[in-house]
Design a protein around this ligand. Structure first.
Ligand SMILES: [Mg+2]
Length: 415
């Protein structure tokens, strides 16, 4: 089997709100074709148009090679070797950031291809399942509003999470300096009172604090809430601040959603002293790199709880990767009823639905587990219209048990 073509298909909702704290308004589907007709699908949580540019850029010189060209003619089953080939071939402009994110989408598509070619779930190819089901935590976020409204919405969301029988929940408190630390303390206490003490409760404060002292003050107020972890408390590159915070409080300190590569994860674990590493399965460099990161965390006695905000493709990758790791107690899960997204609901259907707080391991490769019932001819139109240099596209997405096809059907040209 040989790779014949690599495609990157950006998708956006019709009107993107660039001020919204919502990365699910767009995605990029990466599709890898082979000479026997098998295709693999991946995606990544990074600017779709930048990812497309990275994947389609021609070679510049021997240390800045074309990713597409490096893949054409290769055996897609050599997933780990291809990761190294792409990393070395882009060493001049890559190593971190966007190029690693784009490689993550390729890696997901290669694992999908491998699963399809061998007819086995990807977690089996990663060393075998460590559990029969993964535990999704409900990742919920009350959009910024007046404090009274945010309190009401927070309470409603916590009640809904209980009603839906989730076993764990993460409350996102991404309010920068609009709310004071005392407000944050009140919101978290309210949420814990509503939840009771029988559910795992974590918070994500979205890089809130400029220094570790403010974080320490707030987290000490919250000791009584028995938080499982606090995510992204400080600015991402303040590694020493993370270490001071981790030393000062009993709550687990977590982060890594933005990080690319195991080397950035190592910095956060070894210098930042975090307790929980949270790679995004595409952004960190794909399933291949996330397996390495989880293993490095495991060797240090640390936990790994992957980040994931995109479509069912990312959720599927989270599930397969997590199933194969001993130290992944939870995966991030956006609850459709609380955070609807057309990208998630229309692209991959049906959406994953936890039963009794669990998602059972799928029996099939990454993208062939989705139920086609009633959706075979479903058309989803998502137009990319916001930037003046971006062509408007509509996308038809069809599903079957054996494959998913994302086909560009209309190109209106440049506006
Ligand atoms: Mg986060």
């Amino acid at each position: 089997m040989k790779i014949t073509k690599v495609e990157a298909i950006p998708l956006r909702v019709k009107q993107v709100d660039a001020t919204a704290n919502d990365g699910a308004q767009e995605t990029v589907i990466v599709r890898i074709h082979t000479d026997d007709g098998t295709t693999g699908i991946g995606e990544v949580d990074a600017s779709p148009f930048m990812v497309k540019a990275v994947l389609e850029a021609p070679s510049s010189h021997n240390w800045s090679l074309s990713i597409q060209d490096m893949l054409i003619g290769e055996n897609p089953l050599d997933v780990e070797r291809l990761w190294e080939k792409l990393y070395q071939g882009t060493i001049y402009t890559g190593r971190r950031g966007l190029v690693i994110h784009a490689m993550g989408a390729i890696d997901l598509a290669l694992w999908d291809l491998a699963g399809k070619a061998l007819g086995r779930p990807v977690f089996e190819l990663l060393g075998g399942p460590r559990r029969e089901a993964v535990v999704p935590y409900a990742s919920v976020h009350a959009a910024l509003s007046s404090l009274a409204k945010t309190e009401r919405r927070t309470q409603e969301m916590m009640e809904k999470v209980l009603e839906m029988k989730f076993r764990a929940v993460k409350l996102q408190l991404v309010y920068a300096d609009v709310y004071t630390d005392a407000d944050i303390v009140r919101l978290v206490r309210l949420a814990r009172r509503t939840l009771g003490d029988k559910i795992v409760f974590m918070i994500d404060v979205g890089y809130r604090w400029l220094d570790s002292k403010a974080a320490i003050w707030t987290l000490r107020q919250l000791e009584e809430c028995n938080l499982y972890l606090v995510e992204t408390p400080l600015r991402m590159d303040d590694l020493d601040g993370h270490a001071r915070l981790a030393e000062a409080v009993t709550t687990r300190i977590a982060g890594a959603e933005l990080l690319a590569s195991r080397w950035e994860a190592l910095d956060l674990m070894d210098r930042g002293k975090v307790d929980v590493i949270q790679p995004d399965v595409g952004r960190a460099g794909g399933i291949t790199e996330c397996m390495r990161i989880a293993k490095l965390a495991d060797q240090r006695g640390l936990l790994c709880t992957p980040h994931g905000w995109k479509s069912g493709l990312t959720i599927a990758a989270e599930i397969h990767f997590s199933a194969a790791c001993p130290n992944v107690p939870f995966i991030e899960f956006m609850v459709p009823e609380l955070w609807p997204s057309i990208i998630r609901s229309k692209l991959i259907r049906p959406e994953f639905t936890p039963q009794d707080g669990l998602i059972k391991l799928p029996k099939m490769p990454l993208t062939t587990q989705f139920d086609a019932s009633g959706s075979a001819s479903r058309e989803s139109r998502m137009a990319a219209t916001s930037a003046s240099t971006i062509p408007a596209i509509s996308v038809r997405v069809t599903f079957s048990w054996s494959r998913i096809r994302a086909r560009k059907i209309v190109t209106r040209g440049y506006r």
